[in-house]
Design a protein around this ligand. Structure first.
Ligand SMILES: Nc1ncnc2c1ncn2[C@@H]1O[C@H](COP(=O)(O)OP(=O)(O)O)[C@@H](O)[C@H]1O
Ligand SMILES: [Mg+2]
Length: 187
């Protein structure tokens, strides 16, 4: 993929499909390394399925029988010399504490590093598509931190839905401002 933000979009959409009520997208960035973690409290995956999920021929989708979101994210990190991991607790075995965490790190100076790209659009597309979910976004950069929690927004919005176009536009500019203060999306 041309932008890492599109890989992140795909991984977070898995969390939406898994019926998560809360999804966290956490980016931690230094001059050399970008670490991305996507954590949800969705249905999770059984151990046998989880072991196979990084294989491009595993999916539960019926529209397309080859799932590529996870294998592509893994490839994008490993081709920079970074590492990838996924852990999950499925609903059946862990009824009170289920969910999935997908984590990947990227060496930014590697020639095969894919730039982060338009991560603000990724965040706003996710929120608009699934406003019932609590979205937590955090990106710590060498120059500061960018953060958003839709629960905090909802408390302020009252009756205005999170998915209203003016709210989505406000979220985009709020994130842009924070990035500008933190010295820009250096990735
Ligand atoms: N966060 C998640 N929670 C539960 N199941 C997941 C999650 N992420 C992925 N999966 C399962 O792994 C499969 C493969 O995911 P992915 O590689 O993104 O391909 P696709 O989404 O196209 O099927 C999904 O179809 C789903 O069954
Ligand atoms: Mg997917």
């Amino acid at each position: 993929m041309k932008e890492l933000s599109l890989n992140i979009l795909d991984i977070a959409q898995n969390s939406v499909k898994a019926k998560a009520s809360k999804v966290e997208i956490l980016l931690d960035e230094t001059e050399e390394l970008l670490t991305v973690a996507i954590r949800d409290d969705g249905c999770g995956m059984e151990p046998g399925f989880l072991a196979a999920v990084t294989d491009p021929f595993t999916t539960t989708r019926t529209t397309r029988n080859v799932g590529l979101g996870i294998p592509l994210f893994k490839l994008a990190s490993e081709q920079t010399g970074g590492s990838f991991s996924i852990s999950s607790r499925d609903e059946k075995n862990f009824p009170l504490d289920h969910g999935t965490e997908t984590k990947a790190s990227f060496y930014k100076n590697n020639i095969d590093y894919t730039p982060l790209g338009d991560v603000i659009s990724t965040v706003t597309v996710l929120i608009q598509g699934a406003p019932e979910i609590r979205w937590v976004y955090r990106h710590s950069l060498p120059g500061g931190e960018v953060a958003l929690d839709t629960d905090e927004l909802k408390a302020v919005l009252g009756d205005v839905p999170l998915s209203a176009p003016e709210v989505i536009a406000w979220i985009a500019s709020y994130l842009e401002e924070q990035y500008a203060e933190a010295g820009g999306t250096s990735a």
